[in-house]
Write a protein that binds this ligand. Structure first.
Ligand SMILES: Nc1nc2c(ncn2[C@@H]2O[C@H](COP(=O)(O)OP(=O)(O)OP(=O)(O)O)[C@@H](O)[C@H]2O)c(=O)[nH]1
Ligand SMILES: [Mg+2]
Length: 198
């Protein structure tokens, strides 16, 4: 079984000046507000509150870096990004968010986990991100979150529909924080990321 032997908060930033120097391969958790990014970081590291989660969308307003030592492979950084698509914020806040995330996406990101709620599909924000990441050859692992919100019989069709939309060879990973399904599959996918030649 793959797990994190050690997982600690490293630093947070609300602007580019405070981004840490890149010392570890960074795995970025990206997705709509409230999709479950912080929850997934906690599930992968088997913690309850390493990353702060909330029922209120727009909880994570900064970028948070966590240092992770898996029991296999070398150290990684998990990077929890603030979510996009949250309607109830001011124009000012939205533009601050956009600048922050755009600046982050300029970094040398090792890989991304793109999270999509099982009840939704790819919208403009996700497809913009997908183009940005694939142009830069940044590997993307799609994750379907909140699998428990759909019955077992509806999960597979939802996953296939999303895979089709994404136009990817590998199926997205189905994750539920209640059942914890998907955690081992995700760890395997993270640790076996092969980087395309740049
Ligand atoms: N039922 C169910 N609820 C989940 C699951 N994952 C997350 N949630 C809930 O969804 C809400 C949002 O989770 P977060 O992890 O805070 O979401 P986030 O993507 O980090 O949100 P922002 O920081 O606002 O961008 C919380 O109430 C979680 O408990 C899941 O797999 N199943
Ligand atoms: Mg969050």
């Amino acid at each position: 079984m793959i797990r994190a032997n050690c997982a600690t908060f490293f630093t947070a930033a609300t602007d580019k000046q405070h981004f840490p120097k890149q010392t570890l391969p960074e795995i970025a958790f990206i997705g709509r507000s409230n999709v479950g990014k912080s929850t997934l970081i906690n599930a992968l590291t088997n913690t309850n509150n390493l990353a702060r989660t909330s029922r209120t969308p727009g909880r994570t307003r900064q970028i948070n870096w966590f240092h992770i030592t898996p029991n296999r492979g070398s150290m990684l950084a998990f990077v929890d990004l603030p979510g996009f698509g949250y309607a109830k914020i001011s124009k000012q806040e939205r533009s601050t968010w956009q600048t922050l995330v755009q600046n982050y996406l300029e970094r040398d990101i090792y890989a991304t986990l793109l999270l999509i709620d099982v009840r939704r599909h790819i919208e403009i924000e996700e497809s913009d991100l997908l183009s940005w990441l694939s142009e830069r050859n940044i590997p993307i692992i799609p994750v379907i979150t909140k699998a428990d919100k759909l019955s077992k019989s509806k999960q597979k069709p939802a996953s296939m529909a999303l895979q089709h939309q994404l136009n990817m060879k590998q199926a997205p990973v189905l994750f539920s924080s209640l059942s914890k399904e998907g955690i081992q599959t995700l760890w395997h996918r993270i640790l076996s990321i092969s980087k395309p030649n740049k």
